[in-house]
Design a protein around this ligand. Structure first.
Ligand code: NAD
Length: 274
């Protein structure tokens, strides 16, 4: 496919554009993922808490695509943090996905008040050492949480998946990740399709390139080096969000989008979510 890859810190290549399935019910996930795979997406982002790992797994199996062409990410839910419970939860995710290995396994949230993410990370290292995840990483970790993981002196997380879109540009975490060889993956890359996509500056840039605001936003992420996982269940949008490699934004466009930052979260604050 025409999707560029980034190289994770352990050498594993990851498609820079993938398909997210949050809020897609299990029975609809199969059709949505099938459409994504037919479109050319090869990276799928799910999580145990999305309760659609079985539906995703059915689409992967039915696609007939060789396993090595797929990049499957899932996440450990908060309630399962801790060493033994993580190992059990991982087994259950693999069973639901119908896979023997995932490409990327993430701790979904740090849950700092619960303070089990270091033990959880040690279980992730065991899963990685056993070859059952090709890479391990985290999600929603702030630099302070990453510092503690790095202080363990073991495996550096390959990636941190954080809320990131033009209204929450996350310059501090992005710089931290760059300094430590951790890839940045943007969740809700389209700002959940809300007011962001109606912004007049984005509309002007989209018109200039003969593209849609969603395509402009995805292009902005890609040019910054972010991994993106836009979600849609609408086939035309699934295709639209994949068709972002035939144009590029110039410095003026990038700067204009840069001015849209308001540091506004759509989701939970990682320091407070427990
Ligand atoms: P998103 O930014 O991808 O927006 C998705 C919504 O935008 C769609 O439901 C639709 O309403 C709209 N949309 C999609 N394509 C469009 C288009 N071309 N034109 C106009 N509107 C369009 O939001 P998301 O689903 O929250 O995030 C993407 C993925 O990130 C999720 O599916 C999930 O995999 C992941 N995620 C992870 C976390 C986490 O805590 N790690 C949290 C939220 C989401």
């Amino acid at each position: 496919s025409n999707v560029p890859t980034i190289t994770l810190n352990n050498g594993v290549p990851m498609p820079q554009l993938g398909f997210g399935v949050w809020q897609v019910p299990d029975d609809e996930a199969t059709a949505a993922v099938a459409t994504a795979l037919e479109t050319g997406y090869r990276s799928i982002d799910t999580a145990a808490i999305y309760e659609n790992e079985r539906g995703v797994g059915r689409a992967l199996a039915a696609s007939g695509l060789p396993r090595e062409e797929l990049f499957v990410t899932t996440k450990l839910w908060n309630a399962e943090q801790g060493y033994d419970s993580t190992l059990r939860a991982f087994d259950a995710s693999l069973e639901r996905l119908g896979l023997e290995q995932v490409d990327l396994y993430l701790i979904h949230w740090p849950m700092p008040a619960v303070d089990r993410y270091l033990d959880t990370w040690k279980a992730f290292e065991k899963i990685y050492a056993d070859g059952r995840a090709r890479a391990i990483g985290v999600s929603n970790f702030q630099p302070a949480h990453l510092n503690r993981v790095l202080e363990l002196g073991g495996t550096t997380p390959a990636l941190n998946q954080i809320e990131l879109h033009p209204t929450l540009q996350q310059s501090v975490p992005r710089a931290y990740h760059a300094d430590h060889g951790i890839a940045t993956e943007a969740w809700s890359p389209l700002g959940q399709g809300g007011d962001l996509l109606k912004d007049p500056k984005l509309a002007r840039i989209a018109e200039k390139h003969g593209r849609t605001p969603a395509q402009v936003v995805l292009r902005w992420h890609l040019q910054l080096g972010n991994v993106v996982i836009p979600k849609s269940v609408t086939p035309s949008r699934i295709r639209e969000n994949f068709d972002v490699f035939g144009f590029s934004l110039d410095a003026e466009d990038m700067a204009a989008i840069g001015t849209l930052n308001t540091d506004t979260r759509l989701g939970a604050d990682p320091d407070e979510n427990n």
